[in-house]
Design a protein around this ligand. Structure first.
Ligand SMILES: [Zn+2]
Length: 352
């Protein structure tokens, strides 16, 4: 989890700031044309060329660059991988990573069978996934980008509304992919962190909000829509929690079951009242998934012995802010320069 928090900070400090600034500039000045010089100044592109008579100057430049890069493409990719992986591990593993990457830029025909066997062994040495990551299938969510994670870092499972069905829905062979993914990640591969990440303007959550109308959520209507049926079956608990909380004025803390029957956590949802009503539902739904994950018997021994941990993140699509649910602060806290040290400390202390 510490690595994910560091990844979010790298994303904040690079891509996010750039994207948000540009998004705001275009939104506030729709009449402003976006020029090649602007893109070069913002380091979005490396080259700007003057247009030619046939109108294909950019295409010709791209072709000439591609011809230049192509013969070295594999080497460039391997060098980047060696640097990325090398800075995250100890010296010995770093050397091993470098060796593997170096070996891969040598044409395969030069390898002996023994070399290939050694290569595979080394690759397995540094591929140790750190998290099973559940998030929404929304096309605006690119989890590996906003957590700055790479090959071998996470198992990612995506569906409409980032739902993990509660264990009581399943008997015998009637299972869905989410618990199977939990078993594959946490039992077979011994991963110690499960992360569930919701987001703003979630179309599935917007629909769930509409399903509070009993007619819209009727059995007949559910038969017409797999999505409505999926949400009514697996997100009703989130909706009921949200409605009960709404009736009491949206200020009371909510309580969620977590790692064991005895462990619960308290959550104040959007205490500064900065998000849309559907986003509040999305945050409650994200936390409800922590309880749903904890409902699986095959995870219980590890959860109860503090060997396996469940975390919640929430992504604000329009600002690029990513929130970590801090059980200490009892709320979603934006991961930024002010909070990151404290959050990392919390993760180290309770979830290492
Ligand atoms: Zn969504």
């Amino acid at each position: 989890m510490e690595r994910i928090l560091r990844g979010i900070m790298r994303y904040r400090n690079t891509t996010r700031e750039q994207m948000v600034k540009e998004f705001q500039r275009v939104r506030d000045n729709p009449e402003v044309a976006f020029t090649g010089a602007d893109a070069k100044r913002m380091e979005i592109v490396n080259h700007v060329v003057a247009q030619n008579k046939s109108g294909d100057a950019a295409y010709l430049k791209a072709v000439s660059l591609a011809e230049e890069i192509l013969p070295n493409g594999r080497n460039v990719r391997m060098a980047k991988l060696a640097v990325d992986k090398g800075i995250q591990v100890d010296l010995t593993t770093g050397y091993s990573t470098e060796e593997v990457c170096y070996a891969q830029v040598i044409p395969t025909k030069d390898h002996t069978w023994r070399d290939l066997k050694r290569l595979r062994k080394n690759v397995n040495l540094f591929i140790k996934p750190k998290a099973v990551f559940f998030t929404c299938m929304d096309s605006r969510m690119i989890p590996t980008r906003y957590t700055d994670t790479h090959v071998g870092d996470m198992f990612v499972v995506r569906n409409a509304g980032n739902l993990i069905p509660h264990a009581h829905h399943f008997q015998d062979e009637h299972f869905s992919c989410e618990p199977a993914a939990l078993e594959l990640g946490c039992v077979v591969n011994d991963i110690r962190h499960i992360i569930v990440c919701g987001h703003s303007d979630c179309k599935a959550m917007n629909l769930l909000y509409m399903l509070r109308d009993p007619d819209f959520a009727s059995k007949n209507n559910r038969r017409l829509s797999s999505l409505r049926s999926w949400l009514c079956t697996h997100a009703t608990t989130s909706l009921e929690k949200f409605l009960e909380w709404g009736e009491k004025g949206m200020r009371d803390p909510l309580i969620f079951y977590s790692e064991s029957g005895l462990r619960r956590f308290v959550a104040y949802i959007d205490p500064d009242n900065q998000f849309a009503i559907e986003d509040k539902l999305s945050q409650i739904n994200t936390l409800q998934q922590v309880s749903n994950i904890a409902s699986y018997g095959f995870l219980k021994p590890r959860l109860e012995s503090h060997d396996l941990h469940i975390h919640a993140l929430w992504f604000d699509i329009y600002t690029g802010d990513i929130y970590y649910f801090s059980r200490g602060s009892k709320r979603f806290v934006p991961v930024d320069e002010q909070s990151v040290e404290k959050l990392t400390e919390e993760v180290k202390r309770y979830y290492s």
